[in-house]
Design a binder for this molecule. Structure first.
Ligand SMILES: NC(=O)c1ccc[n+]([C@@H]2O[C@H](COP(=O)([O-])OP(=O)(O)OC[C@H]3O[C@@H](n4cnc5c(N)ncnc54)[C@H](OP(=O)(O)O)[C@@H]3O)[C@@H](O)[C@H]2O)c1
Length: 344
């Protein structure tokens, strides 16, 4: 099937997907019958370009990598806002990869609503809209008979959402625990080798794992959004971001790390979703995890989840939780799932 694609947001993740699409174009067509035409890209800082006859993805990447503006792309309509792009593009799929915003989900929420209302399928890595408005967006997608997929919102290209909804279909999830933030896991791992919290954070910033303002990670907002998505999508909960019991890692000291070690444990920032009566509850807390638990062995920037279901005990998956290629791959896996579903 041929997909006519609009990109909103053309940063790290969207460019990761673009590279994979260029590299695998003929394999995707040959093996999966998946074909694509990029009809528009709109990014608030990098410029905007639309041509319903198709755009050259390699040229778009080259312009962006030279820090040029996409408005320089000739033979196309330039300068459209993201919403005008959606209105004018003759498209069948939106790739939404703008900033995550956990206050009101914007601009991603408006992008996804508009795209679904206009009959586009949507793939996204943007946690904000899914954490804040999953129920509404899922109902809208169903009403419009379009697909909304968001594998990359939880562990980038490491399967989490599709693992449960597809591979483990037919089982009821009892609980899910995970290490869902690579930055804090890296800091805690560095602290195990003797670094102070601030030295470990500084190193994470030098390596580009932590932002200059690390609040979203170290105060655990990022894994909170992810555990909300897990609770509501995989366990059919109705958990809001504000209801998650949340504590970050800023108060963890070398002494805490050492005393955990003497108990045969490791301090990990663990995100959990579990059932209490008829309700699903979620929390993100630093925990002393015994070394008999696989999560204790997830080091550095890796992420992991352990899923416990009614028919099987713990199933764990470990892998990268960030990076343009990994999150770009998550978008591709969602596109291929839509291609499969429409081909059935
Ligand atoms: N990076 C990862 O490893 C990763 C992994 C999983 C999920 N995610 C999520 O995926 C999304 C994209 O991440 P990223 O790393 O690619 O971020 P990024 O590099 O900052 O890219 C986001 C892009 O969106 C653009 N943008 C912001 N508001 C916009 C608007 N209203 N209209 C059009 N474009 C807009 C930004 O513009 P500027 O040009 O002005 O910056 C930027 O180029 C985020 O929601 C993130 O949380 C990221």
């Amino acid at each position: 099937m041929l997909f006519r694609i609009v990109f909103l947001g053309f940063g790290t993740v969207a460019q990761g997907l673009a590279r994979i699409l260029i590299q695998k174009e003929s394999l995707l067509k040959r093996t999966y019958g998946f074909e694509f035409k990029i009809v528009a890209v709109s990014d608030i800082g990098k410029g905007s370009v639309l041509n319903n006859r198709g755009l050259d993805l390699s040229r778009l990447l080259a312009i962006t990598q030279k820090r040029g503006s996409l408005d320089m792309y000739r033979g196309a309509v330039n300068g459209l806002s993201s919403l005008d792009t959606l209105r004018k593009a003759d498209a069948t799929m939106l790739v939404e990869a703008t900033w995550t915003n956990l206050k009101d989900g914007e601009p991603g929420l408006a992008h996804i609503r508009t795209a679904l209302n206009r009959g586009l399928h949507v793939v996204t890595t943007n946690k904000g809209p899914i954490a804040l408005a999953y129920e509404e967006l899922e109902a809208l997608a169903r009403k419009k008979k379009r697909h909304l997929r968001f594998e990359g919102t939880v562990m980038s290209g490491t399967p989490a959402i599709n693992l449960v909804t597809e591979t483990l279909a037919g089982s009821a999830v009892k609980s899910i625990r995970g290490i869902l933030n690579g930055t804090t896991n890296y800091i805690l791992t560095e602290m195990e080798s003797g670094k102070s919290y601030s030295d470990a954070l500084g190193r994470a910033q030098e390596l580009g794992y932590a932002e200059a303002d690390p609040t979203a990670d170290v105060e655990a907002w990022d894994p909170t959004a992810k555990i909300v998505i897990i609770s509501n999508v995989l366990m059919r909960g109705r958990v809001k971001v504000s209801q998650v019991r949340r504590e970050g890692i800023t108060k963890i000291t070398q002494t805490d790390v050492e005393s955990a070690r003497l108990e045969g444990k490791r301090i990990k920032l663990v995100a959990s979703a579990f059932r209490e009566g008829n309700e699903v509850k979620a929390q993100v807390l630093p925990e002393r995890v015994p070394t008999s638990d696989i999560l204790a062995h997830v080091s550095g920037v890796l992420n992991a989840i352990t899923v416990s279901t009614d028919v099987q005990p713990d199933i764990s998956v470990i892998g990268p939780g960030a990076g343009g290629d990994s999150a770009g791959y998550a978008l591709l896996s969602d596109m291929l799932a839509i291609n499969r579903a429409l081909g059935d």
